[in-house]
Design a protein around this ligand. Sequence first.
Ligand SMILES: C[S@@+](CC[C@H](N)C(=O)[O-])C[C@H]1O[C@@H](n2cnc3c(N)ncnc32)[C@H](O)[C@@H]1O
Length: 253
Amino acid sequence: MADQLPEIFWEIHSGLPREGPGDNGSTRRAFLTLKDLPKKPNMLDIGCGPGMQTVELVRLSNGQIDALDNYQPFLDQLDISVKKGGFTDKIKLVNGDMFNLIYDNSAFNLIWSEGAIFIISFEKGLREWKRLLTDKGYLVVSELSWLKNNVPSKVKEYMEHVYPANKTIKENLNIVKKVGYRVIGSFILPTESWWTNYYQPIEAKLPSLKEKYKNNAEKLQHIAYHEVEIDMFRKYSDYYGYVFYIMQNKLEN
Ligand SMILES: C[S@@+](CC[C@H](N)C(=O)[O-])C[C@H]1O[C@@H](n2cnc3c(N)ncnc32)[C@H](O)[C@@H]1O
């Protein structure tokens, strides 16, 4: 993904607290539903970005975590938090590809991925990452989902353009079961977790970028895509949102 996105995307997305909707309260809420973790779980955070949730997971558990992303500047940003928090013996930074995870079978008690499984696709991620979990290991992901059925046509058209794979919570939970996991739970992230750590910091950067690139139509167009995205969410957040899906591995029969 990193090499397909234009430079302006990375300029907009540099130095943000998070690279997608999320907040520590929601990470904690999801983590606290996991009842059968060992005292020192071995964990993997896929598409960790700047790693707000990685640090929170280490605070919540007594375990070790591999923080994996394929965009080095995000790992560098996380490295600063790791050093500041004194977590160098708990968090290992891994520049790796979620499509090609080089780990042994059953390597992890917990795999976490906030706002990143869409890159490989929800079902494919669930299928491919399953082998990495211990029996009864947990997979926790957040994924964009439809929250209502009667979606206005304007929102449907927009989503068809930006994320045609978007599904309802029920459809995603059916995929979880079909792939062979036990559903532990699911919940919708609060709208503030879109604003506080993600959209507000992006919005704060846009005016100066618009000024900087006022003569560059292509860059202005990318800035405008972000404005449209934010505006759609401001108007239509009742209809779509991020949802945590919490599941437990089951051995195949
Ligand atoms: C929407 S961001 C979410 C980041 C972080 N989990 C968060 O919630 O702030 C998706 C992340 O996936 C990473 N990514 C994209 N393609 C990837 C790949 N093939 N392998 C690993 N990470 C990837 C991006 O660099 C980015 O950090």
